[in-house]
Design a protein around this ligand. Structure first.
Ligand code: NAD
Length: 499
């Protein structure tokens, strides 16, 4: 489509019309109506965004650390004040309920607060007299212009996993947000500008794969942080590393919740419902599989069904618990997994396909769905569904549960519900995922720890934020110095030793 965009790029400190003529629709998932059009960058727009980040880099790198972090302190305050407006933008394009949108902003804000401590995080080390009269020091320096590519499901939080740390460390950024939920990125750009961020330090390039590939292959982009589905994460990692860039590419998930027979049943059922249906299951840390061990299955399924049936599905701006799915196509895809699961023999305990939402008929609705007797061969088990569908797999023993979780190609998060310390400890040690919960269903680490999965949930070796995030956005340099008081030694071609 070539209609004029209502959501434009943000380049060099201002809205940028761009030369690309293509646009994509922006939709309100609660009504199904097209509410705007987002610009889709062409190659020239991508070059313009990168050129802006390149031009801004030297002065930003050379600005004192104190001045850089003071801008982040101001940004933190503006973010606090801007929460209602930002949450409104998220709900209008993603569909999640306002309380959930506010929650994701708060989690993103925690990374801003972490980055405000950059002075401490960027400190190097020094060794005096490592060799006679020789001192060593290590410093970490910014990389240059970096690309951040983000998914639809957290339009504020996921960009904030990276952007505050990248800029605190002295890098400049081109953010390519999801074209499905583009507006929040521009709001963040305006808040950063208001906080005093110089033009070009943070740019927003809207677009699709053309924009992403343009960034990944651009010689001036030094690193790429990506969050999205596994096939695209793999593509981003392959392409960007082939072009000499540092990459962290976080992919999809299939998070299991193992419930042992001794678990507190009510707490486990509450957790399964909240973690399974929060944000309509469109969270990379959503629980999508409950592994019921032994005799816990029947009472657990009954307790989850009773709770899930009470969830109010509807317009996220009203008093509902769960909003619509992001697009009609995605809703149909998720419903298709329910159809396929039922055909393959799963029992549909609660059927969200029959939902009566509190919202217009044109919204992309699917209510909470509970499938019991799911088996590992079913597509609803093998694939990332990314919707309000909770699958229950029944196993006889703890060993079987652990084998099931570890056989899954994804390794984002997993949790165990039990009262037994030994069982929990074994899970913590043996489960092959990056983030583990013990009686905690969505174990999202705090900003000062790092977020990331294993296996097909992360390509590259560095997780997001925390000390790994600081490491990702900086590179090390070690300086060896000697200040001889007099010229001595003469010519010596021997290997330097530490005497
Ligand atoms: P997506 O992979 O479709 O899109 C992510 C980003 O990549 C978007 O900006 C999109 O424009 C771009 N993109 C899409 N196709 C591309 C292609 N072929 N080449 C280059 N770029 C492309 O993901 P989504 O649907 O927006 O988000 C949902 C996915 O993100 C889920 O799989 C979810 O698990 C995952 N996710 C993971 C995490 C995590 O931390 N691991 C967090 C949030 C979301």
């Amino acid at each position: 489509m070539t209609t004029a965009p209502s959501v434009r790029h943000w380049i060099d400190g201002r809205a940028h019309r761009g030369s690309g003529t293509a646009t994509a629709p922006v939709t309100d998932p609660a009504t199904g109506e097209v509410t705007g059009r987002v610009a889709l960058a062409d190659a020239a727009d991508t070059r313009a965004a990168v050129a802006s980040a390149v031009a801004a880099f030297p002065a930003w790198r050379d600005l004192s650390l104190t001045k850089r972090t003071r801008i982040l302190f101001r940004f933190r305050e503006l973010l606090e004040r801007g929460k209602p407006e930002l949450a409104g933008l998220i709900t209008a394009e993603h569909g999640k309920v306002l309380a959930d949108a506010l929650g994701e902003i708060s989690r993103g804000q925690e990374v801003v607060e972490f980055a405000c401590g950059a002075a401490h995080l960027l400190k190097g080390a020094m060794t005096e007299n490592a060799s006679t009269g020789v001192d060593l020091c290590s410093v970490r320096q910014p990389l240059g212009p970096v690309a951040v590519v983000t998914p639809f499901n957290f339009p504020v939080m996921v960009p904030l996993w990276f952007v505050p740390i990248a800029i605190a460390a002295g890098n400049t950024v081109v953010l390519k947000p999801s074209e499905k939920t583009p507006s929040a990125a521009n709001a963040l750009a305006r808040l950063l500008a208001e906080a005093g961020l110089p033009p070009g330090v943070f740019n927003v390039l809207h677009g699709d794969r053309t924009a992403v590939d343009g960034l990944l292959t651009h010689p001036d982009i030094k690193a790429a942080s990506f969050v999205g589905s596994t096939p695209v994460a793999r593509h981003v990692h392959t392409t960007a590393t082939a072009h000499g860039k540092r990459v962290q590419a976080l992919g999809g998930a299939k998070n299991h919740m193992v419930v042992l027979p001794d678990a507190d049943l009510a707490a486990a059922a509450d957790a399964a419902v909240n973690a399974g249906f929060g944000s309509a299951g469109e969270r990379c840390m959503a629980v999508s599989v409950v592994v019921a061990v032994g005799g816990v299955a029947d009472p657990l399924v009954a307790a989850i069904a009773e709770r899930a049936a009470r969830i109010r599905t509807g317009d996220g701006t009203r008093a509902n618990d769960m909003g619509p799915l992001v697009t009609g196509q995605h809703r149909d895809r998720v419903a298709g997994y329910v159809d396929a699961g039922a055909r393959a023999g799963a029992r549909v305990v609660l059927d969200g396909r029959d939902v009566r939402p509190d919202g217009p008929a044109g919204g992309f609705w699917l209510g909470p769905t509970l499938l019991d007797h799911v088996t590992p061969g079913m597509s609803v088990y093998t694939d990332e569904v990314f919707g309000p569908v909770l699958s229950v797999v029944r196993v006889d023993t703890y060993d079987e549960a652990l084998e099931l979780v570890n056989a899954n190609p994804f390794g984002n998060g997993a949790c165990v519900f039990t009262r037994a310390g030994g069982a929990a400890r074994r899970f913590r040690r043996e489960v092959e995922v990056g983030m583990v919960g013990v009686n905690v269903p969505v174990p999202v680490p705090m900003a000062y720890y790092s977020f990331g999965g294993w296996k097909d949930s992360l390509f590259g070796d560095t997780h997001a934020h925390g000390t790994e995030g600081v490491h990702f956005f900086t590179r090390g340099k070690v300086v060896t110095s000697r200040w001889p008081e007099r010229a001595d030694g003469g010519i010596d071609l021997g290997f330097p030793t530490t005497e």
